[in-house]
Design a protein. Structure first.
Ligand code: SF4
Length: 97
């Protein structure tokens, strides 16, 4: 008997996301060199929202954000980012099952 286990990527693909154009709910503050925590987000954000540019800064594209709060915990207290929930009706729509 074999059991099939869904990969996390397949499960995340079931979610839907409504982009609030021009109103990102997470903003990275201007910087020349990213802090260690901000740089770490390029590796640990489960939705892959953070990227490092060729010139070394970290940018965010919050489309697809799962609102897990990891970056909020690691980066907001030290002022690397400003984090809010998306406005009502926008953001992630989780599909379970
Ligand atoms: S809240 Fe979670 S999923 Fe959204 S950008 Fe931060 S780490 Fe990524």
């Amino acid at each position: 008997m074999s059991t099939q286990v869904a990969r996390v990527e397949e499960k995340l693909f079931q979610n839907r996301y409504l982009v609030d154009q021009g109103k990102p709910h997470i903003v990275v503050q201007p910087h020349t060199t990213p802090s260690k925590n901000l740089l770490a987000m390029t590796k640990i954000c489960p939705a892959g929202c953070y990227e490092q540019t060729a010139s070394g800064q970290v940018e965010i594209t919050p489309d697809g954000c799962l609102e897990c709060g990891t970056c909020r915990v690691l980066c907001e207290p030290q002022g690397d980012i400003v984090w809010n929930y998306p406005r009502g009706g926008y953001g992630v729509l989780f599909k379970f099952g």
